[in-house]
Write a protein that binds this ligand. Structure first.
Ligand SMILES: C[S@@+](CC[C@H](N)C(=O)[O-])C[C@H]1O[C@@H](n2cnc3c(N)ncnc32)[C@H](O)[C@@H]1O
Length: 265
């Protein structure tokens, strides 16, 4: 599994440095709308690499002055949007394990004068964040990449304040993947092979101690995976790995969902 993590870090490092493009790397609003339907206002175009799979902030009910933690912040797309909503008295912490992503996000924050956003290098399985310190935890298309999802959600529970909220966009499965596809490292980095069945995903969150866990929105991810696969090397790899494994279509395999919940308190 360390090999998988190293591979993921390498792939996303290249994307951060512009050596590898993602589906929306031309940063046009139309591409973002058609290919990666985040639906969020793009407040900082350099932070929009089209790597998300939903709109967690639309479900976070973020208030001015709140503290937000973004798991796997990447170039900071959701962090900058959160910073606008949380205002100058709010605070946003973006966590990512890829140094090139952190460098890119920090440079963007400095260039645009975001004093209320901080990017920290670290793993979402071991968050560099204090206990009971976050009003809201968000994440966008990242937890599928983690092999130990139970550990990630235990960390979410630890860092949330009592009563704090969770809003996560992620890819989950509707049926198990064929073994060969599930074992493809390219499909893992492409946000497919690390995904788990939706019911298992929800149980893992509940078992970590979070309550009111529900799917707030869901869409078939086939379009996201195949349409983006046309130009996104990661998703292309996932799609072609599916083909090599005898899956002529990804139809019905995966969902992009938004999951909400809260820490009791
Ligand atoms: C698909 S991108 C999503 C980036 C961002 N959330 C967005 O929507 O633009 C996944 C990001 O998660 C990071 N990542 C993957 N696994 C991680 C882990 N275990 N701990 C911390 N970051 C991780 C990668 O480095 C990458 O930047």
């Amino acid at each position: 599994m360390d090999d998988t993590k190293a591979y993921i870090r390498q792939v996303y490092g290249k994307i951060a440095d512009g050596q590898q493009t993602s589906c929306c790397s031309n940063n046009t609003a139309s591409a973002a709308a058609s290919c990666c339907p985040t639906g969020e206002q793009v407040v900082v175009t350099e932070a929009d690499l089209g790597l998300g799979c939903g709109m967690p902030l639309q479900f976070a009910a973020l208030q001015e002055g709140e503290t937000v933690v973004d798991l796997g912040a990447g170039p900071g797309f959701d962090c900058f949007n959160a910073a606008e909503q949380a205002g100058p008295d709010g605070r946003v912490l973006g966590i990512d394990m890829t140094p090139e992503m952190i460098d890119r996000a920090r440079n963007t924050a400095a260039e645009h004068g975001y004093g209320n956003v901080e990017f920290r290098l670290g793993e979402i399985e071991h968050l560099p964040v204090a206990d009971n310190s976050a009003d809201v935890v968000i994440s966008n298309c990242v937890i599928n990449l983690a092999s130990d999802k139970a550990q990630v959600f235990r960390e979410v529970f630890r860092v949330l304040k009592p009563g704090g909220r969770l809003a996560i966009a992620d890819i989950v499965l509707q049926q198990p993947l064929p073994r060969e596809l599930a074992q493809s490292i390219e499909a893992w980095a492409g946000c497919l092979a690390g995904a788990v069945l939706v019911d298992d995903y929800l149980s893992t969150i509940r078992n970590a101690g979070l309550c009111d866990v529900r799917v707030a929105s869901q869409h078939d991810a086939t379009e996201l995976l195949t349409q983006c696969g046309g130009s996104d090397p990661l998703l292309q790899a996932a799609v072609s790995a599916a083909g090599e494994c005898g899956e002529s279509s990804l139809e019905g395999l995966a969902l992009s969902i938004i999951v909400c919940g809260r820490k009791p308190g």
